[in-house]
Design a protein around this ligand. Structure first.
Ligand SMILES: *[C@@H]1O[C@H](CO)[C@@H](O)[C@H](O)[C@H]1NC(C)=O
Length: 204
């Protein structure tokens, strides 16, 4: 009987712990440079931050080919430089996020890796953008030069121009974006993610 009581108390304790755990993590993945499309072999710095500070106890992770790996613990994934995980982006489909030892996770970020050096990439943020902010889309060649291009928003062209500026972002601006040059260079399609108003004051 006493043993039962002990087990009951233990179970109640576990439930209280589970209920008091935050359901949504405030920790986010920081991405520098904050660009979703890159040419193959580009380096990106990833880190886990909480209100602009390095989040202790959080690890940058990735999935690749169905496997989950920790930064610094897998061959070819990250050289730890202080609190940064420096990643050499060359695989087409990798997803990155932050996770702590209890399994809490941040939002996920993935990149479009352009391996054709004659193609172009479009500058678009890798991280969700806050409502009310502005985003400038540019089409860029492998040599770093920007080029005038047709910009496509959700499948429709918004004209041929040096850049496309989206002002005062709202949820309605979410969708697929790409650019395409007169010379035939096409960028991948990337989705712009908009962070809802409920959390827009975080990590300002
Ligand atoms: C931005 O959009 C919001 C919602 O549509 C509007 O209330 C606000 O006035 C706009 N701000 C600017 C600077 O246009």
């Amino acid at each position: 009987m006493k043993r039962m009581m002990k087990i009951m108390l233990l179970l109640i304790g576990v439930c209280v712990l589970l209920l008091s755990a935050p359901t949504v993590s405030a920790v986010s993945l920081s991405v520098s440079p904050n660009l979703q499309q890159v040419f193959s072999g580009s380096l990106v710095d990833l880190s886990c931050v909480d209100d602009g500070q390095t989040a202790d106890g959080w690890t940058v992770k990735r999935t690749r080919g169905g496997f989950t790996e920790d930064c610094g613990a897998a061959p070819g994934f990250g050289r730890l430089l202080g609190s940064y995980c420096v990643v050499d982006l060359s695989a087409p489909s990798e997803t990155f996020w932050c996770e702590d030892s209890s399994g809490q996770q941040s939002d996920r970020v993935s990149f479009s890796v352009q391996s054709d050096p004659t193609a172009v990439i479009m500058e678009i943020p890798a991280l969700p953008v806050r409502t009310g902010s502005d985003v400038i889309l540019r089409c860029r060649q492998r040599n770093g030069a920007t080029v005038a291009a047709y910009f496509f928003i959700k499948g429709s062209s918004v004209g041929h121009k040096p850049e496309h500026i989206i002002t005062n972002i709202t949820q309605a601006d979410e969708g697929l974006y790409s650019c395409s040059t007169n010379q035939g260079g096409k960028s991948p399609q990337s989705s712009l993610r908009v962070r809802g108003t409920g959390t827009k004051n975080r990590n300002v």
